[in-house]
Design a protein around this ligand. Structure first.
Ligand code: PMP
Length: 364
């Protein structure tokens, strides 16, 4: 059988020419068993989700609700998200993971003749959506220290801008003043700020929404809320942008969020105290890990995320990746220009990061 993850265009008489040409996104490895593994490769939370979210799943009669279709508008969930961010429910859109939200955003705002702007080193799903929706991509190189220079995005005739803040896989954060500059550079095009990792120390651009009709901010429950398995992401923006996303969604799948996910996500979002505690723990472990790895001679990019991007001393990133893998520690290695000497390491528990540091010390 052919490898379904292979990136090579292939021919099959049953396939449409379009699907034969696709270069699908390749997610980080999800091993079938995590029993003996320290899994630091896909930026999940090392801790279980809020007990209030977990409690929903043990409620009596939960399964009975599955007889009916779920609320297609996720009304209660949108209202809960809106209340957390001081927005109106019509300023919120939910999707099956922020990947789905992003896919609808690409279709709704960026499918135009002009090129979409994003950094050369960024979330690798963006070029995949560009190909899927036939959107021209124009990538702008990050500076040598992996920082984003907003002036580089001052390009006339762009179809829109998207970037993660903090950026992935670098973890570098762009201050809100720079996001505002970006919004003013492209007042008649949508700027999507993908805030998948914002809860780990950054300041959200949500506060700018009511002043900028071109701003869309996306969040996920996969990282700081420890609910990657639930598949829940959301977008926030002025109502006219949310209406566009709903038009796209209702032309594709009217029921993307199952009824149980709506309930669990509503409970998770409402539990702000748990969120703050969880992020504080991850941030403390991140700072400890950075200090330890710096002492071993790693070159570490300043991180505001739940992962770090670091270049090992003495050995290549690939060699260290393989040596860690042999010790049952999985991190992420990208064999790509400019970043092939770095590893992206998700923040695990203190114990897991202790084991990582000890393994690095031994290998180096
Ligand atoms: N944006 C960025 C920058 C990410 O790293 C990820 C996780 N791979 C996502 C969005 C998608 O997250 P999810 O679909 O789990 O919400």
């Amino acid at each position: 059988m052919s490898d379904p993850m292979s990136d090579q265009p292939r021919n099959n008489p049953f396939w449409s020419p379009a699907v034969a040409q696709l270069h699908p996104y390749v997610p980080g490895e999800q091993p079938k068993t995590t029993a003996r593994l320290i899994k630091l490769n896909t930026n999940e939370s090392p801790y279980p989700p809020s007990p209030k979210a977990q409690a929903v799943l043990t409620q009596d009669g939960l399964a009975r609700h599955l007889r009916l279709y779920p609320d297609p508008e996720s009304t209660e969930l949108c209202a809960t998200i809106a209340a957390q961010f001081d927005l109106k429910p019509e300023q919120v859109f939910v999707g099956n993971g922020s990947d789905e939200v992003l896919a609808h955003a690409f279709y709704s705002f960026f499918k135009r003749p002009e090129p979409l702007l994003f950094p050369d080193i960024t979330y690798s799903f963006y070029p995949v959506y560009c190909q899927f929706y036939e959107i021209e991509a124009r990538t702008l190189p990050l500076r040598n220290d992996f920082s984003i220079e907003v002036e580089d995005f001052a390009i006339e005739g762009a179809g829109g801008v998207i970037l993660p803040n903090p950026n992935a896989p670098t973890g570098r954060y762009l201050p809100l003043a720079d996001i505002e500059k970006l919004l003013r550079l492209h007042p008649s095009r949508v700027v999507v700020i993908d805030e998948a990792y914002i809860d780990f120390g950054g300041e959200s651009a949500v506060a700018l929404i009511n002043r900028y009709p071109n701003l869309l901010v996306t969040h996920t429950l996969s990282k700081s809320h420890a609910l990657a398995g639930l598949r829940l992401g959301y977008a926030m923006g002025q109502a006219h942008l949310i209406e566009a996303l709903n038009r796209a969604k209702n032309s594709f799948n009217s029921y993307p969020i199952d009824g149980i996910a709506q309930k669990v996500a509503t409970a998770a979002i409402a539990d702000r105290e748990w969120l703050a505690d969880n992020c504080a723990k991850v941030i403390a472990t991140r700072e400890w890990t950075c200090a330890e790895l710096a002492e071993l001679g790693f070159d570490i990019v300043p991180s505001t995320a739940n992962f770090i991007f670091a270049k090992p001393p003495k050995v290549s990133a690939e060699a260290l990746f393989l040596a860690l893998r042999e010790r049952n520690i999985i991190v992420r290695y990208f064999n790509k220009p400019r970043i092939s000497e770095y590893l992206r390491i998700s923040i695990g528990t203190d114990e897991e990061m202790g084991a990582l540091v000890a393994a690095c010390r031994e290998i180096l």
